[in-house]
Write a protein of this length. Structure first.
Length: 87
């Protein structure tokens, strides 16, 4: 089983091939069944439902340069060797 995207997945269960929304629903319920406590299952189901309806992204990946890395460091002004010509 693999989730491809929003309401899209592929699954090969006991030789039976599923794709699209049915495979995604199977993936959802199989993963919910692996949660031990019933209360936790309901909580996760509600959280997933909320994220699905609000188009929230569950996983956030940090790649590239951080926003704070692009800020120029403040220059220290000194009276020595300040020629005023940009050097």
């Amino acid at each position: 089983m693999a989730v491809i995207g929003r309401a899209a997945a592929v699954a090969n269960i006991f030789g039976f091939h599923l794709s699209g929304l049915p495979a995604w629903v199977v993936w959802l319920f199989i993963h919910l069944m692996y949660i031990v406590e019933f209360q936790s299952r309901v909580l996760v189901f509600v959280q997933w439902g909320f994220e699905y309806l609000t188009f929230s992204r569950g996983a956030r990946l940090i790649t590239g340069v951080a926003a704070t890395d692009s800020l120029d460091k403040p220059q220290v002004l000194s009276n020595t060797n300040n020629l005023g010509d940009g050097r």
